[in-house]
Design a protein around this ligand. Structure first.
Ligand SMILES: [Zn+2]
Length: 122
């Protein structure tokens, strides 16, 4: 969670908290005019809090797909044994990409790019 988001949630929380306090204060037997103005302040504060939370939620990125792809290909031990078909150089995780469900190997040493067809033997 980023610092901006945390600050946003804190502001939203404070706004809603004060809104609730104003709402409770509206019922403590004060004159009707004051109770109504308390209601309005409470509504505005809670509204601000809710809007801040919605704004934070809407701005959240959705990196799910990328995370799944990274999990699928990783496994440090397995990757250490993977060699380039062309030059035999050891390939690291950065050389392996998932594109449309296929595993694409791009060798950083000889520049070869190919699709991994057979299951690696490990
Ligand atoms: Zn190579």
């Amino acid at each position: 969670m980023s610092a901006g988001k945390i600050i946003g949630y804190i502001f939203a929380g404070i706004a809603i908290l004060f809104g609730v306090l104003f709402l409770i204060a509206a019922f403590d037997g004060r004159p009707v005019a004051q109770a109504i103005s308390n209601f309005i302040i409470a509504a505005v504060l809670i509204g601000i809090g809710v809007v801040i939370i919605i704004a934070i939620k809407m701005r959240e990125p959705k990196p799910k797909q990328e995370i799944i792809q990274k999990i699928d290909v990783s496994g440090d031990i397995a990757m250490e044994r993977l060699k380039c078909k062309n030059c035999g150089a050891l390939l690291d995780k950065d050389s392996i990409k998932l594109a449309e469900g296929a595993i694409i190997i791009s060798c950083p040493y000889c520049g070869t790019t190919y699709q991994m067809v057979e299951e690696p033997k490990w």
